[in-house]
Design a protein around this ligand. Structure first.
Ligand code: PRX
Length: 649
């Protein structure tokens, strides 16, 4: 493969925080003596009680990960209070509404007051340190206040993406036994309302059937749309915050006290509650934010993610605010009201650093150059990409057309589990290759192994593991440490297994090739095939289902479902539509199946295991190379699957 190299831009190197010599020296130190390295960098946040122990981590046996364990701090204090003296009047959050005529700015002083008030509201209603609070919000500033208010009093937040269905929300409320929910009457995206409060009501009813009783719902009035109201349970946000004091002392938290739970999809079963803790997470989120985006005081930084995903946690809220940055929060979507929206927002707010997902870049690229070219974008200095592999064509377009060849692209590879970016270029240090996430961040030791677990050296293609801990790493799965060990540390003993395939080239650059497990990445949204399958089989007509991904031009991966109906039933287009609607209802619109094939039988081994390899090939319309099918219980099913495939080219 010919690999184009873009050397570090002189303009990017000029005032960069980290140049290549510094990168190499720091990286070496961070691996040779992690204790010393992190003892120093842990001080980037303020501690109420300084730590004396730095790293106490083991990927063996019971797996225990502790960083800065005897230190005490508070995340909300670090994101707000410590900045007030120097930058109380500086803008902390620029909010840009779905409607281009709506925006607002929140200074650090205002952020302080709002977060303190909300923290007091939580306390007033009995929320205590360690309690779980579910946040189901649109992209409005109150979502950030809610996260920080929880952090302030030591409550553990679980943010659930506003696009999830009542069922999905209920599952997440039940799993962490959350008794307090913060939501809005409705969300607003692309000019369309989203019934968040109604969804919450439904979710609470489902949770009650599982004996999880939500005591209060705090509701932000965003649209003024009508919702039902339970007077003993529901509270208006705007009324409550006026009933409390504008000051609230931050709770002293131990470094390893939980900060948040964030549910993410695995290859099997229900979503996993990834648990992140306080000290190490904040050190890592803030340090990566500063160096990966080369953040300088006064820069306007915009990450287009939703706070419902980890990118929103680490790189809209915690990383930037811990650094005293100005972070832009966008309520809308890339193509509303027009395909120029992103670029217009960049011009309007003079954005210097812009961080988005390849799926958005591909969608906007397909609309042509004109919507970009009619904007100036001259404030832009750095571009970022996250969430899925970026194909070189999209990379080139992002670089040439959006960035006018002036702005390096940081292609950042990481995961919900990693808390922060692990493999990435640094703008002033790393030569770029389109499609490669390039080199590890400080303290990160990637390793490639083959399927037997043998370590691959030099240029190689294999499964991506990380051999030692970094401060931002997840600590456990909420309430299920056994599953944590099984999911991440048992495939390759003593190593953290990422679930991603990866190639390392002769220059030591990493190229993520995508998931090697049964996890899909659809438009940058992570989804378990098992979740979509269980949604499908919960429909009356479905007896069995198998779901695989296939390459999709815009979404990265599309969702291809093989469905076996109950005996005597016939498939039809109408039933296809019904099944799509059913999956959307069960999980949410992000899980909409792209293709449904009715299959009288699925290819199974004699022991009954579905051979997904074959299903993937047929979904890709690449059935010439099905490989060995001799172990199938009934090889004839394959012919039927091929004959009725839905992706004929
Ligand atoms: O497959 C990788 C892909 O997204 C997965 C993690 O998804 P999630 O936990 O939802 O977090 C997404 C945002 C951090 C990874 O296992 N992925 C993420 N970033 C990249 C990527 N694949 C290739 N290149 C990336 N830059």
């Amino acid at each position: 493969m010919s690999e184009k190299v873009y050397p570090v831009l002189p303009s990017a190197k000029k005032n960069a925080l980290i140049d290549n010599e510094t990168y190499l020296a720091w990286y070496k130190q961070s691996i040779k003596d992690p204790e010393k390295f992190w003892a120093k960098h842990g001080k980037r946040i303020d501690w109420f009680k300084p730590y004396t122990k730095v790293k106490n981590t083991s990927f063996e046996g019971k797996v225990a990960i502790k960083w800065f364990e005897d230190g005490q701090t508070n995340v909300s204090y670090n994101c707000i209070d410590r900045h007030l003296k120097k930058r109380g009047d500086q803008v902390a959050i620029i909010w840009e509404g779905d409607n281009p005529y709506l925006d607002k700015k929140v200074t650090y002083n205002e952020l302080y007051e709002q977060v303190c008030r909300l923290a007091n509201v939580l306390k007033k209603h009995g929320v205590k340190k360690g309690d779980r609070v579910t946040i189901y919000m649109p992209m409005i500033v109150e979502a950030t206040y809610a996260m920080l208010a929880c952090a302030r009093i030591g409550a553990v937040h679980s943010v659930v993406f506003g696009g999830f269905s009542p069922d999905a929300l209920a599952g997440r409320i039940i799993d962490c036994e959350s008794t307090f929910v913060i939501t809005a009457d409705e969300g607003m995206r692309g000019g369309k309302p989203i019934p968040l409060k109604d969804n919450t009501d439904k979710a609470i009813d489902i949770a009650a059937k599982h004996h999880v009783m939500v005591k209060n719902v705090l509701v932000v009035r965003r649209t003024g749309g009508k919702t039902s109201w339970a007077p003993n349970r529901d509270l208006w946000y705007h009324e409550e915050i006026l009933s409390v004091k504008p000051e609230c002392k931050p709770e002293k938290m131990k470094a390893e006290d939980p900060l948040f739970i964030l549910y993410t999809s695995g290859s099997t079963g229900k979503p996993k509650g990834v648990l992140h803790t306080t000290g190490g997470y904040l050190v890592y989120a803030s340090m990566t934010h500063q160096y990966v985006f080369d953040y300088h005081d006064g820069d306007i930084y915009w990450c287009t993610a939703d706070v419902g995903w980890v990118t929103g946690h680490s790189y809209i809220v915690y990383g930037p605010l811990a650094n005293g940055a100005t972070t832009l929060m966008f309520e809308g979507v890339p193509n509303y009201p027009t395909n120029s929206r992103f670029w217009e927002v960049i011009d309007k707010h003079k954005v210097n650093i812009f961080y988005t997902a390849p799926t958005a870049i591909r969608a906007l690229m397909s609309a042509g150059d004109e919507p970009v070219k009619k904007t100036s974008r001259k404030s832009l200095r750095i571009l970022g990409s996250v969430g899925e592999p970026i194909n070189p064509e999209a990379w080139e377009w992002y670089y040439q057309v959006v960035g006018d060849k002036r702005s390096p692209i940081v292609d950042t590879w990481w995961q919900t589990e990693t808390g922060g970016i692990l493999i990435t270029p640094l703008p002033g240090a790393t030569d770029l290759k389109p499609g490669s996430a390039t080199r590890p961040f400080f303290g990160v030791q990637p390793q490639l192994v083959d399927n037997e677990g043998d370590v691959l050296e030099g240029a190689a293609d294999g499964n991506l593991c990380i051999t030692d801990s970094w401060p931002g790493q997840m600590r456990t799965l909420y309430g299920d440490h056994k599953r944590f060990i099984e999911a991440y540390f048992s495939t390759y003993k003593g190593k953290y297994f990422t679930g991603d395939g990866c190639r390392r080239d002769k220059d030591g650059y990493y190229w993520i090739t995508g998931r090697v497990d049964d996890v899909l990445n659809v438009s940058g949204h992570r989804m378990g095939t098992a979740e979509v399958e269980s949604a499908l089989v919960s429909h009356d007509t479905v007896s069995e289902a198998a779901v695989v991904g296939y390459p999709h031009d815009l979404k990265g991966q599309g969702i291809y479902c093989y469905v076996t109906l109950m005996a005597g039933l016939e498939g039809s287009d109408e039933l296809r539509k019904e099944l799509v609607a059913h999956v959307r209802k069960e999980i949410g619109p992000i899980a909409s199946p792209d293709k449904i094939q009715f299959a009288p039988g699925l290819p199974k081994t004699r022991s009954g295991k579905i051979m997904r390899r074959i299903l993937r090939k047929i979904a890709e319309d690449d059935f010439g190379s099905l490989g060995d099918t001799s172990t199938l219980a009934d090889p004839a099913v394959v012919d039927d699957l091929i004959a009725n495939r839905q992706n004929k080219k």
